[in-house]
Design a binder for this molecule. Structure first.
Ligand SMILES: [Zn+2]
Ligand SMILES: [Zn+2]
Length: 370
């Protein structure tokens, strides 16, 4: 069959992308789903900073690539051997397909699936090869900015049919990553103090997750006033602009340093600030993805003498088949107001402009409706 999709043709094009045009809407050939795979009609896809990191060259990936990794849709065809997903099911697509049998999957860390990481790096599906024609690669096993996609069964989580696709889409990356960071990677408990640095979709999801978990002092840090205001509405108790005084301000607000500091920017200087904002015995959770050439420098003595911890968190240390339905249930109860993260809707043709808005720092979560 054929499917329209947004194809990234080159890395590191100059901004604005509406003028340099590294993203093209193309009609591509799409193979039917193979064994263990699904054909999904995409209902909605979120525009995430990790997409921008591929476009701007921070996360080098093979091109041409059908971009996008946060989406929800409806299953239209089921490949051989898939017994637990049916045509018509609504699914959330997740950006690490898990094989279920590698050492990492076997030890309970499907977010670190070894085979999933290898196929994602190659721009292929989990079982190998590509289903797009014309030499086009898959993005993180999803390729969300498309009308239809073929994905591995391990990239999909079935959710209740009454959850709208436009809501469900955000659970695949923003919610899984942000909430997972504060409840899987570390476990925020009632009465804890926490600070979240960087208020995009993932950072605001971390704010929602920490508030939901009972953090009583919850500081949100971002240069954009509108994002700080939104964080306060989503459960942050304080909002702070970054700057030379931010570390002292956060340490003061949290009574001498936060139990947890969650870095969602992906910049080594912000990671060092996050570390400096933690209390003795506190933990820095690094969520944002820095450029691969970056090195992180920390005060080594503090790490030991103050028993601090630095931990990386990929895809919220999540087990998607367990966590997505659980987070969706919290949304259904009104306890995770995911809709508040949305900032505008566009179509496939509007993606370059949406990518420019994201790069400007003004957008939280724009949705593409193919
Ligand atoms: Zn993402
Ligand atoms: Zn695995």
């Amino acid at each position: 069959m054929e499917s329209r999709a947004v194809v990234l043709t080159s890395l590191g094009a100059p901004r604005p992308y509406v003028e340099s045009r590294p993203l093209e809407v193309r009609t591509l050939h799409l193979d039917p789903p193979g064994p263990g795979e699904l054909l999904v009609r995409v209902e909605a896809a979120g525009v995430c900073h990790s997409d921008l990191s591929v476009v701007n060259g921070d996360r080098p990936r093979p091109v041409p690539m059908a971009l996008g990794h946060e989406a929800a849709g409806v299953v239209e065809e089921v490949g051989a051997g898939v017994g637990d997903v049916a045509v018509g099911d609504r699914v959330v697509l997740v950006f690490v397909p898990s094989c279920g049998s590698c050492p990492e999957c076997s030890s309970g860390s499907p977010a670190l699936c070894r085979r999933g990481a290898a196929s994602n790096t190659a721009g292929e599906l989990l079982r190998g090869g590509r289903r797009w024609g014309d030499g086009v690669h898959h993005h993180l096993g999803v390729s969300a900015f498309a009308e239809r996609v073929v994905v591995d069964r391990g990239s999909a989580v079935v959710v209740p049919p009454e959850v709208p696709g436009e809501v469900a889409a955000l659970f695949g990356c923003a919610l899984l990553t942000g909430v997972g960071a504060v409840e899987n990677t570390v476990t925020v408990r009632p009465g804890d103090t926490a600070v979240v640095l960087g208020l995009g979709g993932v950072g605001l999801a971390a704010v929602m997750g920490a508030a939901q978990a009972g953090a009583t002092t919850l500081v949100a840090v971002d240069p954009v006033p509108e994002k700080r205001a939104l964080a306060l509405e989503l459960g942050a108790t304080h909002a702070v602009a970054p700057g030379p005084d931010a570390v002292a301000e956060v340490r003061d607000l949290t009574g001498g340093g936060a139990r947890y500091a969650v870095e969602c920017v992906g910049h080594e200087a912000v990671m060092a600030d996050a570390f400096a904002m933690t209390a003795r015995g506190g933990t820095t959770v690094a969520v944002g993805l820095p450029h691969p050439s970056r090195q992180l420098v920390l005060p080594a003595l503090q790490l030991i003498a103050e028993a601090r911890t630095l931990v990386g968190s990929y895809m919220g240390s999540a087990s998607p088949q367990r966590d997505v339905p659980r987070l969706v249930a919290l949304w259904q109860q009104g306890r995770l107001p995911v809709e508040r993260l949305r900032s505008g809707t566009t179509d496939l043709e509007g993606l370059p402009a949406a990518m420019d808005a994201l790069a400007d720092g003004t957008a939280v979560r724009q949705l593409v409706i193919p």
